[in-house]
Design a protein around this ligand. Structure first.
Ligand SMILES: NC(=O)C1=CN([C@@H]2O[C@H](COP(=O)(O)OP(=O)(O)OC[C@H]3O[C@@H](n4cnc5c(N)ncnc54)[C@H](O)[C@@H]3O)[C@@H](O)[C@H]2O)C=CC1
Ligand SMILES: CC(=O)[C@](C)(O)C(=O)O
Ligand SMILES: [Mg+2]
Ligand SMILES: [Mg+2]
Length: 348
């Protein structure tokens, strides 16, 4: 583990250089890793582990679309693909990658197979941090560890295939065997993390829920919609409003931010833009901050977790989510976006 200085604050990180894949393979050579659930993280993590040379099996409900997807991805029923219970029984490491709500329903079955010395792995601090609400309380004689890729399982797989790596955080909640650290870091490297930074289950879930409701997903859609609506209300056309709100951001400016930071993006824009943006980012911060404070409080008191458990435990939760996504897709802003995307020369 290396100590690195992040803008003046020292943190523990694990890199591939100091913890190479061969070392991870050696540490886990006698382990059977079962990926439970084949939704978004399941495919990414299981296929990366398999391609990296680990012993990995998948546990998934039969007669489901995702069982068929697992077969299509090369998992063989009876050899590397099993019903959830059989996979848990065969595993020494159980990677619990059902949706957070489904983890609650399936827990009694998983718990039955958590015998002494096994490891229980999560990609979210949710189940453990909100244990009063989830009732997920692991036995004392198993390791309880976390590797949380900081991005979609789809990106985890894509970046692996491109020879890149998505960063993950890691945490240890319970070290029953004395080997939790080497297990968690080996798994983190195995699933294709670029590097791993240290956290706790609680800090992971609080920051994750804040981030996805905030700048990563919720706030960004909100701020896009606000600017788009104002431009439209003042007579700008949909294509102009969409280009000036989103297309320029994703295609031109965000790649510059990703490459070298915000000041670099600013520096590559006009001095007119720089003057205005350097003035206006502060009122936007001040307007948004109370909303972020409220959001964090809702996360920390468990209200956000409860809301997600309640709605995603309904039998028709997928249909309802899809209805809301369709409403977003069918809004004028994103319909304009669909046309703008088609007009990208590379899409012709
Ligand atoms: N989606 C993502 O990319 C990310 C997810 N995570 C975390 O990883 C974990 C897995 O998340 P996702 O891959 O998004 O899950 P998901 O929502 O895609 O579901 C995973 C699997 O759960 C199965 N499932 C759902 N309800 C079930 C039930 N009642 N019984 C049995 N199986 C059931 C589905 O068939 C699916 O195969 C969660 O803890 C999530 O917070 C962390 C980082 C990113
Ligand atoms: C992709 C990711 O890390 C999220 C947004 O936190 C999630 O899917 O839960
Ligand atoms: Mg996340
Ligand atoms: Mg999340």
């Amino acid at each position: 583990m290396a100590v690195m200085n992040f803008g003046g604050v020292n943190e523990n990180v694990v890199t591939r250089e100091e913890f190479p894949l061969e070392k991870a393979r050696e540490i886990l050579k006698n382990e059977v890793i079962a990926i439970i659930g084949y939704g978004v993280q399941g495919p990414g993590q299981s296929m990366n582990l398999r391609d990296n040379g680990f012993n990995v099996i998948v546990g998934q409900r039969k007669d489901s679309k995702t069982w068929d997807k697992a077969v299509a991805d090369g998992w063989v029923p009876g050899q590397t693909l099993f019903e959830i219970e059989e996979a848990c029984q065969r595993a020494t490491i159980i990677q619990y990658l059902l949706s957070d709500a489904a983890q609650i329903a399936v827990w009694p079955l998983v718990k039955k197979h958590l015998t002494a010395g096994k490891a229980l792995y999560f990609s979210h601090g949710f189940a453990i941090t909100y244990k009063e609400r989830t009732n997920i309380i692991p036995p004392a004689d198993v390791d309880v560890i976390l590797v949380a890729p900081k991005g979609s399982g789809t990106s985890l797989r894509r970046m692996f295939l491109q020879g890149r790596g998505l960063n993950s955080s890691y945490a240890i909640f319970q070290d029953a065997t004395g080997h939790a650290y080497e297990r968690v870091v080996s798994l983190g490297i195995g699933v294709g993390s670029g590097y791993l930074f240290e956290t706790t289950f609680q800090r992971e879930v609080y920051s994750d829920l804040t981030g996805e409701r905030g700048t990563l997903m919720g706030a960004i859609q909100g701020i896009f919609a606000a600017q788009y609506d104002v431009l439209r209300a003042h007579g700008h056309t949909p294509s102009e409003a969409f280009n000036e709100t989103i297309e320029e951001l994703t295609q031109s400016l965000m790649p510059l931010v990703a490459e070298n930071g915000m000041d670099w993006m600013y520096a590559n824009c006009s001095t007119t833009a720089q003057r205005g943006a350097l003035d206006w980012w502060k009122p936007f911060r001040d307007a948004a901050k109370p909303v972020f404070e409220k959001l964090y409080a809702e996360v920390a008191c468990g209200n956000e977790a409860q809301r997600s458990i309640d709605s995603n435990s309904q039998t028709d939760y997928r249909v309802k989510l899809e209805e809301e996504l369709a409403a977003m897709r069918n809004s004028e802003m994103w319909q304009a976006g669909a046309v703008v995307r088609k007009l990208r020369p590379e899409n012709n």
